[in-house]
Ligand binder design. Structure first.
Ligand SMILES: NC(=O)c1ccc[n+]([C@@H]2O[C@H](COP(=O)([O-])OP(=O)(O)OC[C@H]3O[C@@H](n4cnc5c(N)ncnc54)[C@H](O)[C@@H]3O)[C@@H](O)[C@H]2O)c1
Length: 340
């Protein structure tokens, strides 16, 4: 039987501990999987582009489990009261190919994106970092704020969005959150002024300049999340030339990330190598670091693993009849006749 996790079940899974501890646990799962990078099948995600968006399939597998996510990116959806990013995912057994889990992945994407951002910043940001600018205050933003507070102890968040109602929504949601102080900003300049970390998480299918080089002071870590598709970037190219740039899977990031603006041989470091201690992360207190995040299948795999572990332990979700179980596996026909 396949376990099905819908939105209500996903909320139950997260609320067993709360959002912040869940993100913390997810950081550990993703980090554990990045530490065994060579054990995974890896491929750039398969993307189907249209003028206004993208639909992507993100598969990966280790020796025991296969996972994939279906995810979209449609910045214009908000105009119709729909999500920019929604997703669902599946986890299957490699030995039989049978699906173990079919689940909601819209909330899971926001949680895993925050967890991945935090994991990267753990290795790349200055240890003394306390303040973060959050440019783009949409659906993903609360999870970023909570993750950075919980895991890295950031306390002050400077928020800016072209749509002030998005910032008001974020402030309303996290207003009473213990240990977090939120600052409403009227411009990117105001938001980045005090920032040790700058998170860009806007949605617009264009080569935008959300942050330019003069706005990134020495020592800052840039967590660039919203540029994740061909023709969709957030940083001025000079930000990249003055920084050490870190990526998930170069073959995918060169197509989709901020570095699509750069030459094909532009030097980047793979995050897993930093996590494994093979390559250096931050070189000095003055260095500028950029995590050119696009979202990679292994992060979803880790989230699927965590959700499956929790669902199994607490028996959350419904068992659904997704795969036929005929008495004779060579006789599908009879099964169909019986159903009629
Ligand atoms: N890298 C990853 O792993 C990953 C994962 C999930 C989402 N994303 C990307 O993150 C982005 C945000 O996703 P979301 O679900 O929060 O989208 P959303 O539509 O809910 O929010 C986007 C926000 O960006 C704001 N915005 C747009 N242009 C801006 C600008 N020039 N300056 C400031 N704010 C601006 C919008 O007003 C909106 O409030 C999307 O581009 C999405 O594709 C990346």
């Amino acid at each position: 039987m396949t376990r099905f996790i819908d939105l209500a079940d996903m909320s139950r899974i997260v609320n067993l501990t709360g959002i912040a501890p869940f993100i913390k646990q997810l950081v550990k799962y993703i980090e554990d999987d990045f530490k065994r990078w060579s054990e995974f099948d890896k491929t750039p995600r398969v993307a189907s582009h249209s003028d206004i968006g993208v639909i992507e399939l993100m598969p990966t597998a280790d020796a025991e489990l296969y996972g994939f996510k279906y995810v979209n990116g449609h910045p214009q959806n908000a105009l119709n009261n729909q999500l920019t990013v929604m997703a669902f995912g599946a986890l299957a057994e490699v030995k039989t190919g049978y699906p173990l889990l079919l689940c909601e992945f819209t909330l899971a994407t926001a949680l895993r994106t925050a967890a991945t951002s935090v994991m990267a910043a753990k290795y790349l940001a200055r240890k003394s970092a306390k303040c973060m600018a959050v440019i783009g205050n949409g659906a993903q933003s609360e999870f970023q704020v909570i993750g950075f507070n919980e895991v890295l102890g950031l306390t002050d968040f400077y928020l800016y969005d072209v749509d002030a109602s998005a910032t008001e929504k974020l402030m309303g949601n996290l207003n009473c959150y213990p240990g977090i102080t939120l600052h409403f900003c009227h411009s990117v300049d105001e938001a980045v002024k005090h920032a040790d970390i700058i998170t860009t998480i806007t949605a617009d299918k264009t080569n935008a300049t959300i942050v330019n080089a003069s706005q990134v002071k020495s020592g800052v870590h840039v967590n660039a999340v919203g540029g994740d598709c061909p023709g969709k970037t957030e940083l001025e190219d000079k930000v990249l030339t003055q920084a050490d740039v870190f990526v998930e899977f170069p073959e995918q990031t060169r197509i989709e990330g901020e570095i699509q603006q750069m030459a094909a041989d532009f030097e980047v470091t793979e995050l897993w190598e930093v996590i494994c201690g093979i390559k250096a992360g931050r070189r000095s207190e003055e260095s500028i670091t950029v995590f050119d995040s696009v979202g990679f299948a292994i992060e979803d795999f880790s989230a699927l693993r965590l959700m499956h572990d929790i669902a199994e332990k607490h028996d959350i979700g419904k068992h659904i009849n997704l795969v036929p179980q005929p008495e004779n596996p060579r006789d599908l026909y009879r099964l169909l006749c019986k159903l009629e």
